[in-house]
Ligand binder design. Structure first.
Ligand code: HEC
Length: 183
């Protein structure tokens, strides 16, 4: 334990002992509301949920990650509390005529990162959602700009309304595709 390594002066020791006595108890699991869930700094090291999603309708490419808790889910089950899903939204690069540029693999070429969407689930997180018809179980939503810190102007009611019909898939759009590809 780092509180007691090496030789310490009386003053330093007192300071450290006071510091040790003030170590807070184990952290409570925080409840988050829409817009509050921070983007986990390490999300790029998580398992991939789906890669290179081609969105011809809005000329975007999307990358979805899921944290290890979510990745442990079995097909047919709901994702457990503690699951976090992160989706990077990239602009597809455009050719001179404005059409999306395609690479040798026939896929859109990823351009600038536009935004980063986060969805997370925890016990009771959905309780305060208003109106209650927009409750998506205990999922809550947040959208950030490309820096991962600045909140995007999106209204989280729109997230809820669009994901709501996916109730049978735990509100996750590409639920079936994920489990089929993951095996
Ligand atoms: C108009 C419908 C629509 C709206 C509005 C919407 N989403 Fe989604 N969302 C989707 C679709 C469709 C996918 C699957 C990926 C794809 O096809 O682009 C998705 C996927 C996701 C994922 C990855 C997990 C999954 O369900 O596959 C996250 C995270 C996410 N959305 C967060 C948000 C957040 C946060 C907002 C609001 C700021 C939001 N979404 C608003 C349609 C929507």
């Amino acid at each position: 334990m780092k509180c007691f390594n090496g030789i310490l002066s009386a003053v330093a020791l007192t300071a450290i002992l006071v510091g040790c006595a003030q170590v807070p108890p184990a952290p409570q699991v925080q409840k988050y509301k829409d817009g509050e869930l921070p983007l986990p700094a390490e999300y790029k090291s998580w398992p991939k949920f789906l890669s290179d999603i081609q969105r011809a309708d809005n000329k975007q490419v999307r990358e979805i990650y899921i944290n290890p808790i979510g990745h442990s889910t079995k097909m047919g089950d709901s994702f457990p509390n503690g699951t976090i899903s992160v989706m990077e939204i990239y602009k597809a690069r455009e050719a001179a005529d404005g059409s999306p540029l395609k690479g040798p693999d026939g896929k859109f070429v990823k351009g600038e990162l536009l935004k980063i969407a986060v969805m997370g689930k925890g016990a009771g997180w959905g309780e305060t959602v208003t109106p209650p018809e927009l409750k998506n179980g205990d999922w809550i939503y947040a959208m950030y700009m490309a820096d991962g810190k600045t909140k995007a102007p999106d209204d989280t009611a729109t997230c809820r309304a669009c994901h709501l019909p996916l109730k049978d898939k735990d509100y996750i759009f590409r639920y079936d595709e994920y489990f089929q590809k993951r095996g």
